[in-house]
Design a protein around this ligand. Structure first.
Ligand code: SF4
Ligand code: SF4
Ligand code: SF4
Length: 278
C-alpha cells in the first residue's frame, strides 16, 4: 500500500469517525441543520497559530479542517499537466463546457499570477510568474463570506471538516454568494448545464439552470478513501497535496512547516485553506 493510499484511508477513517460516511455526506450537504452561522472560526476560542504564509489556522481543534497545498514548482512549464487536473475535476463533477467565456462554469482553473495574487504583483515580475499560469479554486475559507450572505443556507460550512458545501436544491440563484466571494470561485448556470456535459458521470448530481456551483473539495470521494480528483490526476508530480490542516502529522502540515507559502488575499480575513508554494 503506497503512502498516498495510506494517508487517504486515514483521512477516510477520520471522516467516518466524525460521522461523515458516504450517505452522510449527501445528508450533510442537503441538511440546513449543518449550515454554518457564518461566524466560523471568527467565533472560535481554540488556540491558533500562524502558518508559513502568515495566516492563522486552528491547531488545538480535534475536528478535521481539510486543506490543500499547491506546489506550483512542480507544474511550471507544464500547462498540459495543469489542464489534466482541470479535466479530471470537471469530468468527475459533470461540469458543463460552454463555448462563450461569459457563460463559463469552473471548479478549478488557471490564471496569470497577477490575477491569482493581485496583492503580490509588482512592477518587476519574475520570468516564472510571467511565463506560467497558476491554479485557482474555491479556498474553502474558514471564515467564508459566501456563507454569511446566502439567504437560504444553500451554501454552508461543514463544521466537522471545514468544507464549504452547496445544496443545489436550496439555491435560488440570487448570486449574493458570487458577490460575497472575493476569489471568483463561484459560477452561475445561465443556461441548462445538462445540455453541455461532455462526458456524463452518473455518480455525481447534475445541476440546473439558475443555480450556482463551485469546487466541493471532492466531499463525495473522501469517505470512500479517494483523493480529490485533481490531486489524483497529478499524483505523479505531487503538485497538489490534500489533507487535514489540524493534523500535525499530515503531509499538508509537513509541507507548511517546511516551505514558505502564500495564500490568496489573506488580508481579507477569510482564512483560505489553500496554500501555494511558488
Ligand atoms: S473561496 Fe469564495 S466560494 Fe470558496 S469559501 Fe471562500 S468565499 Fe466562499
Ligand atoms: S445563489 Fe444560491 S448559494 Fe448563492 S447566495 Fe443565492 S441562494 Fe445562496
Ligand atoms: S478538490 Fe475536487 S472539486 Fe475541488 S478542484 Fe479538486 S477535483 Fe475539483
Amino acid at each position: 500500500m503506497d503512502k498516498q493510499r495510506r494517508k487517504f484511508l486515514k483521512i477516510a477513517g477520520a471522516t467516518a469517525l466524525a460521522g461523515v460516511s458516504a450517505p452522510a455526506v449527501v445528508k450533510l450537504t442537503s441538511s440546513p441543520s449543518f449550515a454554518s452561522s457564518g461566524q466560523g472560526a471568527a467565533a472560535d476560542s481554540h488556540s491558533t497559530a500562524k502558518d508559513a504564509g502568515g495566516a492563522q489556522h486552528d491547531v488545538g481543534k480535534k475536528s478535521i479542517r481539510y486543506g490543500m497545498v499547491i506546489d506550483m514548482r512542480k507544474v511550471y512549464g507544464k500547462p498540459e499537466l495543469m489542464q489534466k487536473a482541470v479535466d479530471a475535476c470537471h469530468t468527475v463533477h459533470n461540469v458543463p463546457d460552454f463555448d462563450k467565456p461569459e457563460n463559463e462554469i469552473k471548479w478549478i482553473w488557471t490564471m496569470p499570477f497577477e490575477n491569482v495574487f493581485p496583492e503580490h504583483s509588482s512592477y518587476h515580475t519574475s520570468k516564472i510568474t510571467e511565463d506560467n499560469e497558476f491554479f485557482a479554486l474555491c479556498n474553502h475559507c474558514d471564515n467564508p463570506p459566501c456563507v454569511r450572505v446566502c439567504p437560504t443556507k444553500a451554501t454552508f460550512k461543514i463544521e466537522e471538516n471545514g468544507i464549504v458545501a452547496m445544496d443545489y436544491h436550496r439555491c435560488i440563484g440570487c448570486r449574493f454568494c458570487m458577490m460575497g466571494c472575493p476569489y471568483g470561485a463561484r459560477s452561475f448556470n445561465w443556461f441548462n448545464p445538462r445540455d453541455h456535459i461532455k462526458v456524463y458521470n452518473p455518480d455525481f448530481a447534475t445541476r440546473t439552470r439558475g443555480v450556482v456551483e463551485k469546487c466541493n473539495f471532492c466531499a463525495e470521494r473522501l469517505p470512500l478513501g479517494k483523493e480529490p480528483a485533481c490531486v489524483e490526476a497529478l499524483k505523479e508530480s505531487g503538485a497538489l497535496v490534500f489533507g487535514d490542516l489540524n493534523d500535525p502529522d499530515s503531509e499538508v502540515r509537513q509541507l507548511l512547516d517546511e516551505n514558505p507559502t502564500i495564500q490568496r488575499k489573506p488580508a481579507l480575513g477569510t482564512k483560505p485553506s489553500i496554500f501555494y508554494i511558488v
